[in-house]
Design a binder for this molecule. Structure first.
Ligand code: 13P
Length: 258
């Protein structure tokens, strides 16, 4: 099933979070969105998670909850860290690991990303592993080399039966208003799926969802989802606007022209 995920980054306090989720729920109800057809997930900041979880449970909303980061450790003297155990208790289903803003802004390398992915999986949640090349990588090595290396490192320590999601987010396309073309996204996602097949077999490769992220908007989302190897989108800025995010979730209407 396709997955549309909204990464709010460091935006919206817990009251604003409740307001946005309510508006999004109304908007999706208005259009009779079928959550069994396209899965929708939101990734609020840590301090909003409990409020959003409570709202989703009280109103029986079918949105999945995601977290933006996690500690590689499960408990102990790690001031400021958030354990995967805590996130799991909040009914969190997905956890972003290896977002480029963590890799580049916080110096997180492949070893930390792998440890985080493992911590998420061992607590029964699904790591959403972000991979992507910088503009310099693209020029020097082409589009796929860095994402493939990041994928391989991130899943190395995962239990063989663990579900994971890969989000291909070219760093140069994030927040830049310069999205990759659908063909570029497809090319890298196809290479990622082929590598997953080599590492985990054809069944896992077919079942693993590969998302594209980087300046996704309602105007361009359908082009990505039309590609054979793109199974969803990881949306940043456009997920902060309930109407726009709702239009993105309804990408099938754009694909079929209905
Ligand atoms: P934008 O959609 O704002 O480019 O952000 C993409 C992203 O980083 C999602 O994780």
């Amino acid at each position: 099933m396709p997955l549309i995920a909204g990464n709010w980054k460091m935006n919206l306090d817990h009251l604003q979070a409740i307001a946005l989720v309510q508006k999004l729920a109304w908007s999706l109800k208005d259009v009779k969105h079928d959550f069994g057809d396209v899965e929708v997930a939101v990734f609020p900041p840590f301090t909003d998670l409990r409020s959003v979880q409570t709202l989703l449970a009280a109103d029986k909303l079918s949105l999945a909850l995601g977290a933006q980061d996690v500690s590689p450790h499960l408990s102990g003297a790690y001031t400021g860290d958030i354990s995967a155990q805590f996130l799991s208790k909040l009914d969190t289903r997905y956890v972003l690991v290896g977002h480029s803003e963590r890799r580049h802004g916080h110096g997180e390398g492949d070893d930390i990303v792998a440890a985080k992915a493992k911590a998420v999986a061992t607590q029964g949640m699904v790591p959403m592993i972000c991979v992507g090349e910088t503009a310099a990588d693209l020029e020097e090595q082409g589009a796929a080399a860095v994402p493939l290396a990041q994928l391989e490192a991130a899943i190395a320590a995962l239990p063989k039966d663990a579900e994971f999601v890969i989000a291909y987010e070219p760093v140069w396309a994030i927040g830049s208003g310069e999205p990759a073309t659908a063909e570029q996204a497809e090319q890298v996602c196809a290479a990622l799926r082929a590598r997953i097949a080599e590492l985990r077999g054809a069944k896992v490769a077919a079942e693993t969802r590969l998302l594209y992220g980087g300046s996704v908007a309602s105007q361009n989302v359908a082009g990505y989802l039309r590609q054979a190897n793109v199974d969803g989108a990881l949306v940043g800025g456009a997920s902060l606007d309930s109407q726009e995010f709702s239009r993105i979730v309804q990408f099938k209407k754009h694909v079929t022209g209905a």
